[in-house]
Design a protein around this ligand. Structure first.
Ligand code: HEM
Length: 118
C-alpha cells in the first residue's frame, strides 16, 4: 500500500483524502440513518479504523471486532457499497492509479460479510 501513500503525498495526503471522503459519507442522506447523532470522537475513531482497513498499517480498533462494532446496525449491502464507493471515488479524483484504487476496494470488500447484517 506504500504506492498509494506516495501517490497521495504521504501520510498528510492520505489523511486529507480520507477526511474529504469521510465528510461526504457523513453528509450523504442515504447514509444519514447510520451516522446521525454519532458523536465526533466516535466518528474520528471510525474514520481511523476505516483508513487502517483500507490502507493497512497499525490497527487502531478500540477492542471490539469489526463484526461486533456493527452487529446491531442492520447495515445494508447498498449502504456498504456507498461507503466503499465514496473512498474509491475520492482516491480516483485525487489521481491515484486505477489498480491501486481497486486494491483498496478489494480490502474493504473482504469485510462486507462482517459488516452487512440487513
Ligand atoms: C468498510 C469498512 C468499515 C470499517 C473498517 C469500519 C470500522 C468500524 C469500527 C472499528 C467501529 C468501532 C469504533 C469504536 O469502537 O470506536 C465502527 C463503528 C461504526 N461504524 Fe463502521 N466500519 C466500516 C463500515 C461501515 C459502514 C458501511 C457503516 C454504515 C453504513 C458504518 C457505520 C458505523 C457506525 C454508525 C459506527 C458506530 C459509531 C459508534 O460507536 O457510535 N461502518 N466501524
Amino acid at each position: 500500500m506504500h504506492a498509494i501513500y506516495d501517490e497521495l503525498g504521504g501520510s498528510d495526503g492520505v489523511r486529507t483524502a480520507v477526511t474529504v471522503m469521510y465528510h461526504r459519507i457523513v453528509a450523504d442522506p442515504e447514509l444519514a440513518p447510520w451516522f446521525e447523532g454519532v458523536d465526533t470522537e466516535r466518528l474520528k475513531s471510525h474514520q481511523r479504523a476505516f483508513l487502517a482497513a483500507a490502507f493497512g498499517g497499525p490497527q487502531v480498533f478500540t477492542g471490539r471486532s469489526v463484526g461486533e462494532a456493527h452487529a446491531d446496525m442492520r447495515i445494508t449491502d447498498a449502504a456498504f457499497d456507498r461507503v466503499v464507493q465514496s473512498l474509491m471515488t475520492a482516491l480516483a479524483d485525487l489521481g491515484v492509479a486505477n489498480e491501486a484504487v481497486l486494491t483498496v476496494g478489494a480490502r474493504l470488500e473482504d469485510m462486507r460479510g462482517d459488516i452487512v447484517t440487513a
